[in-house]
Every structure is written in C-alpha cells, then in structure tokens.
Design a protein around this ligand. Structure first.
Ligand SMILES: *C/C=C(C)/C=C/C=C(C)/C=C/C1=C(C)CCCC1(C)C
Length: 235
C-alpha cells in the first residue's frame, strides 16, 4: 500500500515525460536567475527588458512545478496550467518587442503593443475553446491562426517592425525574436492538430513536444534580448 502511495506521489525515474517537466522547471529557474543577475550589469535603459525576460521564465518555472505534479498524479495533459502559463507569458513576450525599441530610444506608438496583445488573446482563447471542445477544434484552430497572423503581421510588416530598422542592435535582436515567433511557435499548433484534432499522437509525445518548445521559445527568446542588452551596454 505504501509503495502505491509513493508511486503516485513522487516523480519516478522511469517516468520520462515527468522528468522532462522537471528538467524544464529547473532550466527556467536557472534562466530566471541569469536574466535578473545580468540585468544588474547592463545600462539602465535595458534593465526592464531583462527583468521581463526573467519574469517570463519565473512564471513558467512555477507552472512547470504544478504541471509536473499534475502529470505525476493523473498521467494526463495539464491543459489548464499550460494555457494559464501562456496567457501570462506570451503577452510579456509581446511587451518585449515594444520594450527593446523603448530601450534604444526609438519612438513607437503604444498601438503596436495593443495589436500584439489582441492577437495573443485571440490566438489563445481560440485554442483553449477548441481544446475543451466548447467550439469545434477546427474552429478553434482557425481562430487561433487568425490571432497568430495578427502578431506575425505586426512584427514583420507593422509599425514596430519598421521602427526596429532604426538601430543596428535592435534590428538584429528584433529579427531573431520574430523568427522564434514564426518558426519556434509552429510546434504549438502542430501539437494541437496532431494531438487534439487528430488524436494522432499520444499524451506522452505531445507533452514532450510542448515542453521542448517552451524551453526553446522562452529561454532562447530571452537570450536574444540579453545579447542585445549586453552589446548596447558595451558601447
Ligand atoms: C511560452 C509559451 C509560448 C510561446 C506559447 C505559444 C503558444 C502558441 C503559439 C499557440 C498557438 C496555437 C495556435 C496558433 C492555433 C490554436 C492552438 C494554439 C493555441 C496551440
């Protein structure tokens, strides 16, 4: 009996998916400390962007602890936790596009930021409703894609994108960040299509894929900002 309780309560070495939840939470904590600490040595204009990069990984770390627990106890996908995490961290990532322009002293209206926020909400709400079958999963996918398209338009063609051309360091950073949004993010709708819509992959694979995606899309994204902040501060 005690063995049974133990098995259900603690992460087992044989639980590969559970271990990936664990590793990502540790990676997120380490990244948070790194971003906060590095924020102290860059020029003050760039500090906010590193603090936000650290908040993104901190929020993710906390959710990953919860998600690991949920997974260990139920063996099911922690959908609600994932979406709450995305709902908090993706808008913060959108703010970063705006904040790095401000750090470099480039004027851009806050409308650019609001469009990014609206795109994010449409994308995630559509996906969540489809994931829970409140609307058809296909409809959820279409709404989600529409939101993502608004974001992509803004960062590739919109006001913020044009403004980023004014500064070499910001331009490079902005470009790297939008590649993450265009390429790195593809993994999420692919997971949605193959998992929620087609049932073509099992919950194990789906969670490993999402975990790897978060690791790349949150930590690498922050490292690009860190790189720009350090370069701009060396001048
Ligand atoms: C740190 C977390 C990130 C960067 C999460 C990003 C999530 C997405 C890009 C989700 C996209 C989706 C669609 C484009 C279609 C509908 C289904 C979603 C919500 C999975």
């Amino acid at each position: 009996m005690w063995k049974g309780v133990f098995m259900e309560t603690f992460l087992q070495a044989s639980d590969f998916v559970g271990v990936t939840f664990w590793l990502v939470s540790v990676g997120m904590v380490a990244a948070t400390v790194f971003f906060f600490y590095e924020g102290l040595r860059v020029k003050s204009e760039w500090r906010t962007s590193l603090v936000i990069a650290g908040l993104i990984t901190l929020i993710a770390a906390i959710h990953y602890y919860y998600m690991r627990d949920y997974w260990v106890h139920t063996g099911e996908s922690p959908i609600v936790y994932r979406y709450i995490d995305w709902l908090l961290t993706v808008p913060l990532q959108m703010i970063e596009f705006y904040i790095i322009l401000v750090a470099a002293g480039i004027a851009v209206s806050s409308n650019a930021f609001w469009r990014l926020l609206v795109g994010t909400l449409i994308m995630l709400i559509g996906g969540y409703m489809g994931e829970n079958q409140w609307i058809s999963p296909l409809m959820g996918l279409i709404i989600g894609f529409a939101g993502w398209a608004i974001i992509i338009w803004e960062i590739f063609r919109g006001e913020a994108s044009q403004a980023s051309m004014n500064n070499e360091i910001v331009k490079t950073c902005f470009n790297a960040m939008r590649i993450v949004v265009l390429v790195g993010w593809i993994i999420y709708p692919l997971g949605y299509i193959s998992g929620t819509m087609m049932g073509a992959i099992d919950v194990n694979s789906l969670n490993i894929i999402y975990n790897l995606a978060d690791f790349i899309n949150k930590i690498l994204f922050g490292l690009f900002i860190w790189n720009a902040a350090v370069k701009a501060s060396a001048k």
